[in-house]
Design a protein around this ligand. Structure first.
Ligand SMILES: *[C@@H]1O[C@H](CO)[C@@H](O)[C@H](O)[C@H]1NC(C)=O
Ligand SMILES: *[C@@H]1O[C@H](CO)[C@@H](O)[C@H](O)[C@H]1NC(C)=O
Ligand SMILES: *[C@@H]1O[C@H](CO)[C@@H](O)[C@H](O)[C@H]1NC(C)=O
Ligand SMILES: *[C@@H]1O[C@H](CO)[C@@H](O)[C@H](O)[C@H]1NC(C)=O
Ligand SMILES: *[C@@H]1O[C@H](CO)[C@@H](O)[C@H](O)[C@H]1NC(C)=O
Ligand SMILES: *[C@@H]1O[C@H](CO)[C@@H](O)[C@H](O)[C@H]1NC(C)=O
Ligand SMILES: *[C@@H]1O[C@H](CO)[C@@H](O)[C@H](O)[C@H]1NC(C)=O
Ligand SMILES: *[C@@H]1O[C@H](CO)[C@@H](O)[C@H](O)[C@H]1NC(C)=O
Ligand SMILES: *[C@@H]1O[C@H](CO)[C@@H](O)[C@H](O)[C@H]1NC(C)=O
Ligand SMILES: *[C@@H]1O[C@H](CO)[C@@H](O)[C@H](O)[C@H]1NC(C)=O
Length: 768
């Protein structure tokens, strides 16, 4: 039925080869138009498109390239039926960037030549810690960058990611992830920035602003996608604890970072989550997806399904009796674009419904949003990248320097009994032990984990006189444990200090080495201890009497009671990028002074969760009388290491905390100032944090809410004044979807972590 559609090929295409991709789609109104012209340009094209052509804009041609760079020509031909298409994706992660870009560019050009409206397909990919191809700059994962609390530095990292994505022809990325890492058992914490909505929204805003990098005419470099609207979590097993999952939880917690980024910035797309919220799948939720997004938040950008998110309405959530119903449900809630398996496509299932006016109208609207996205990213003007610039853009010296700066601020020093920085004599002979010592652990969405980069072992080799290396155990099982452990004990006994690298592998999705990963998407944690025999290994090494530095690696928190009590030092490196090993070595020697702070709380026990700092008062109510000792850990849930915590080799003090006016009205702002002093003997960076709490809100509200933070570098002995301006309107919250700000007493807590002992309090009264 599609064969009658006229295909044509320009002489330019016939003459072109894989290496010369210079075809330019002709913009409708010259190359000098601005973003303000886009709606008109979209309208002109739409008026000429058939139902099937518009429907084709809702479809993605995903997972193109295999590991050997081949692709399925038959599948490509089937896709390319003459109606055009919405988006295309590379496929396998970690492919050589130049070749993959060359091949996909040729497919994009081939599709463009056959599109009678001259509509190019847009290339879309994930971008968590860099591009998804090899050869790019491999940054630490989001959870690691979240620990930096350094928005300026993060912005530079995103500038690099944006430039590298555009260089390989990616005009649209499926990031940032604005979900809150409140559930430490979730395997995707590595993709998130942290547990606090304000902290996450600051990172999310910077990601959107810098990835999109608007030019003076309003065009963006690479469109973003906020996801996954919304990811929730249940609250486990606490007497009298609140029941999460209602409207107030939705507006004040899970949706809060999204709402803030909508307010602060201009994201171009949004992805609903796989989850259901209060039993309704987010891919078919009329109220929480369509009405909230389109009517309450007035977002007119594109909504893209998660991979197979529409399919699952039929196959997993069972709220759609077939794929047509699934397609209608998703279309009805204004999902505009689908990624997922071609064989189970909800949008494809609507092929014969052109006579249904409601569906036809919605398909037109969906195509309008896709065309807008293509115009604003200049995909019409530049459907494929300049292949001569790919190699020189990726991993340029500047990009590597930004990565180095970011990596230096993304590892958290959790404990230090004074052993760090290592003395010259300690460096004479170091044992490097553990199943994470000789791997790069980049996270599930990294472009690559095996072509370049430095491991912990590589890093220590650069700073030690002599190194003894022993694996100590396998990551997840006891095979040959005694033998491996005894080798490690011997190595430790011979050395001045033992670096013990423990953790969970979260390697690239397409890693050649996937066998014992326990972290990442689809790898959730029933237990938060170091996996397998690793704690037994730790105990054996501690018992040698050689001082032990535990280096944790993984996109997750670990319970580390034994290490907290018995190791000399602990560094959590999270998911290092390619520079993780050498930066760890800099931290060990003191060349880099650690400045990262936890963006997630670390619990004492796997069962004593949730442990996020911004809990509701009733979540941690301690009963007057404790009948059983074994209840103690759960009811007295204090974090082992709290949100906002992280050590430095210098010390800081916060003093002279004051507000300009303690009696203000609702329209005013709180003008807060303090003095930060570096009281130690070396240069360092500190993150000053401001939290607040309202005395008597209309609904139960968290005991603390982060509202500002600032990272400052000071020389030894140096002081600086830091000012924060906080409009009272930011102290509000939602009740049943309605925003309110109350006249009341507000406490502000100022200091260097979320722990009460690190905070000073002052009070402000707000009247009508
Ligand atoms: C280009 O757009 C402007 C409005 O932005 C319009 O006045 C003009 O006629 C258009 N030119 C063409 C060739 O379509
Ligand atoms: C774009 O503007 C420049 C000057 O600003 C002009 O020289 C050029 O002809 C214009 N191009 C088109 C296609 O309008
Ligand atoms: C619409 O299609 C007609 C006929 O194919 C063509 O002449 C015209 O230029 C098209 N307009 C747009 C905006 O593509
Ligand atoms: C890209 O990576 C491959 C290995 O995957 C390597 O052989 C090639 O030299 C790299 N190219 C560039 C330009 O760095
Ligand atoms: C579409 O949305 C309306 C609410 O606007 C709802 O009443 C209707 O049931 C929905 N239809 C489908 C098929 O989901
Ligand atoms: C559309 O109708 C044709 C002809 O009846 C049928 O072969 C095809 O399977 C239908 N497509 C869908 C997606 O239902
Ligand atoms: C880019 O680097 C690859 C090796 O990774 C090489 O094969 C290719 O020719 C280079 N392309 C250009 C345009 O320099
Ligand atoms: C890296 O950090 C250093 C020290 O703060 C700074 O001088 C340099 O400009 C940074 N490099 C880049 C590329 O941002
Ligand atoms: C233990 O893990 C290692 C590394 O993943 C693997 O090679 C070995 O087969 C595993 N042993 C068992 C009994 O599964
Ligand atoms: C620290 O080590 C000692 C001796 O091995 C052990 O008894 C103690 O339980 C350890 N502390 C923790 C908190 O595990």
């Amino acid at each position: 039925m599609y064969s009658s559609i006229k295909r044509w090929a320009s002489p330019l295409w016939l003459a072109s080869t894989l290496a010369s991709s210079r075809v330019m789609a002709v913009p409708l109104n010259g190359t000098n138009s601005t973003a303000a012209d886009i709606p008109r340009r979209v309208k002109e094209i739409l008026s000429n498109m058939t139902f099937l052509e518009k429907l084709a804009q809702t479809r993605n041609y995903g997972g193109q390239l295999q590991a050997d760079l081949s692709y399925d020509r038959d599948a490509f031909e089937t896709f390319n039926l003459g109606n055009g298409g919405g988006s295309i994706s590379f496929g396998t992660r970690g492919l050589p960037a130049y070749r993959a870009t060359e091949i996909i560019s040729s497919l994009i050009e081939e599709l463009l030549e056959k599109d009678k409206h001259g509509i190019p397909i847009i290339n879309v990919a994930d971008s968590v810690n860099g591009i998804t191809l090899g050869n790019g700059t491999l940054f630490p994962a989001s959870i690691s960058m979240g620990q930096s609390w350094n928005i300026d530095l993060f912005s530079k990292a995103v500038d690099v990611m944006s430039a590298e994505n555009r260089a390989i022809g990616i005009h649209w990325v499926l990031s940032p992830e604005l979900d809150l890492a409140r559930e430490p058992r979730y395997g995707r914490v590595g993709e998130m920035y942290g547990e606090d909505w304000y902290h996450v929204s600051e990172f999310g805003t910077a990601y959107v602003d810098h990835m999109q990098a608007k030019d003076e005419k309003g065009f963006v470099r690479v469109a973003t996608c906020m996801k996954h609207w919304v990811y929730g979590s249940g609250l486990a097993g606490i007497n009298e604890a609140p029941i999460p999952g209602g409207l107030n939880d939705f507006w004040n917690v899970y949706a809060a970072p999204y709402i803030a980024v909508f307010k602060n910035s201009d994201p171009l797309s949004l992805m609903p989550s796989y989850s259901s919220y209060d039993h309704v799948p987010m891919h078919s939720d009329v109220q929480l997806t369509r009405d909230v997004i389109r009517e309450d938040l007035k977002f007119d950008g594109l909504i893209i399904s998660d991979w197979a998110g529409i399919t699952q309405l039929h196959t997993t959530q069972f709220t759609a009796s077939d794929m047509e119903v699934a397609g209608i449900q998703s279309l009805n809630i204004t999902i505009d674009h689908e990624i997922g398996p071609p064989a189970y496509s909800g949008m494809e299932a609507l092929t014969n419904l052109s006579s249904n006016q409601a569906i036809a109208d919605r398909v037109t609207e969906a195509a309008r949003r896709m065309l807008y996205l293509k115009f604003i990213t200049r995909t019409f003007e530049q459907p494929v990248p300049d292949l001569t610039k790919v190699n020189s853009t990726l991993r340029s010296d500047t990009h590597q320097e930004v990565n180095l700066n970011m990596t230096r601020e993304s590892m958290v020093l959790l404990k230090n009994d004074g052993i760090l920085p290592l003395s010259e004599s300690a460096r004479e002979h170091i044992a490097v032990i553990g199943p994470m010592a000789d791997v790069i652990n980049p996270g599930h969405y990294a472009g690559s984990d095996y072509t370049f980069g430095s491991t912990i072992l590589d890093g220590v080799r650069k700073i030690a006189g002599e190194v003894s290396h022993a694996k100590g155990c396998y990551r997840t099982n006891y095979t040959n444990f005694e033998e491996l452990r005894d080798e490690a004990i011997a190595a430790a006994k011979d050395s001045k200090v033992a670096i013990l690298a423990l953790g969970a592998a979260s390697v690239t999705l397409d890693s050649k080495n996937p066998y014992d990963r326990t972290d990442g998407e689809g790898y959730d944690h029933a237990d938060l201890d170091f996996p397998g025999p690793q704690v037994d290994l730790l105990k054996a090494i501690v018992e040698t009497g050689t001082p032990v530095i535990v280096v944790a690696s993984g996109g997750q928190v670990f319970t580390m009671e034994y290490a907290a009590a018995n190791a000399s030092a602990i560094v959590h490196t999270w998911l290092q990028g390619e520079l993780g090993g050498e930066v760890l070595a800099e931290i060990l020697t003191g060349e880099t002074n650690p400045s990262a702070k936890l963006s997630v709380s670390i619990p004492r026990l796997s069962s004593a969760i949730p442990i996020y700092y911004n809990y509701l008062p009733m979540e941690r109510k301690v009963p007057a009388q404790m009948d059983y000792d074994w209840q103690f850990p759960l009811i007295n849930r204090v974090a082992r290491y709290p949100f906002g915590f992280g050590l430095s080799y210098t010390t800081f003090s916060v003093s002279d905390i004051d507000v300009a006016n303690k009696d203000i009205s609702i329209g005013d702002h709180v003008a807060l100032s303090l003095v930060l002093t570096n009281t130690g003997d070396r240069k360092g960076k500190e993150v000053v944090q401001v939290y607040f709490r309202q005395a008597y809100p209309a609904i139960e509200r968290p005991v603390k809410n982060l509202v500002r933070f600032s990272k400052v570098e000071l020389d030894s002995g140096e002081s600086t004044t830091i000012d924060f301006t906080i409009p009272v309107s930011e102290l509000g919250y939602y009740v049943n979807g309605e925003r309110r700000v109350d006249p009341d007493t507000y406490s502000f807590f100022v200091g260097t972590s979320s722990d009460d002992d690190d905070l000073s309090t002052l009070t402000v009264t707000v009247s009508e």
